[in-house]
Design a protein around this ligand. Sequence first.
Ligand code: NAI
Ligand code: MG
Length: 351
Amino acid sequence: MNYRIAAIPGDGIGVDVSVEARKVLDRAAELNGFGLEWTEFDWSCERYTSTGTMMPADGVEQLAAFDGIFLGAVGFPGVPDHVSLWGLLIPLRRAFAQYVNLRPVRLLPGTTSALAGRSADELEMVIVRENSEGEYSQLGGRHNAGRPDEFVLQESVFTRVGVERIIRYAFDLARTRTGRVCSATKSNGLIHSMPFWDEVFAEIAAEYPDVHSEQCHVDALAARMVQQPDRLDVVVASNLFGDILSDLAAAVTGGLGMAPSGNINPPGEFPSMFEAVHGSAPDIAGQGIANPVAQVLAGAMMLDHLGETAAANAVRAAVERVLAEGRVATPDLGGKSTTAELGTAIADALS
Ligand code: NAI
Ligand code: MG
């Protein structure tokens, strides 16, 4: 079996960590009897600087037939962030109906995180973030600019279809895990959108009597994530709440260098896209010291999505072995190793 993967390394450390992740994934594929056929696209801020666009006009069509998209990170000083985001990431997420943003959170060995003393099974959750609507909408505007009566409006959009499908995804996922879902709400403050979200959550919860469901205000949930993370498994949240909660979760479990994510099109009509949570980190780009673990774990999520579960589990186990040993570690983990040394160590731990 050969899978066709579109690789978009992008900018900054996106390039460094992609090279290492591909090294690990190719080894995992070889050991598990399948192939990954990579096609590389140079879509990036560098391309924008020379051609005026992040990707060609038919970029979406070019990617449509691939089995998966493996993205590094996009964004670089000199190109405004809204250009890199709305010129590549958002169009791909929307064109390919990647309405689930899946962010698994695990306490990995060898981290210097706030919760480092705990054992890994005390902290194992997944954040299911709505990825296509909610608070990230273009509706609204700025009025009376510069006058004393200036005001802005920023609208949220919650559709029944959008809310139902993300919540149903969370319940289906819970059935494959510990059978618990917690919904992030804020219906005491946002009196239209969140009561609607809660109502849909209750309707869907009734379809899953075997899954334990609860809801929690997002502020209290943030505190719980730090103080009692063992009480959480699947957390389902709107676009904005999910974005904030998943960065918090990444921070308390080991930092951005360890956090993977998937932009998933659950029906499989379009390719899904896998990437690290972190960005292009211009402050350390080109120094060869970025931690490749997040990108490697994003690759493991892609293998899961392709149905190559054994290879995905092997990659995660290799990461944990190398981190637990602690001999090869990048500076963010308190070590002195390079991106390539850590990538190679993980690939070698596979065989
Ligand atoms: P960032 O995630 O690139 O960096 C934040 C901090 O974390 C930096 O100090 C960086 O050195 C550190 N860091 C991140 N990943 C690391 C790794 N693998 N190993 C070691 N340290 C790591 O976020 P920032 O600085 O806000 O954004 C930089 C650029 O990336 C911007 O242009 C932004 O728009 C873009 N970005 C792109 C994303 C994407 O492609 N999905 C996501 C987030 C940001
Ligand atoms: Mg974020």
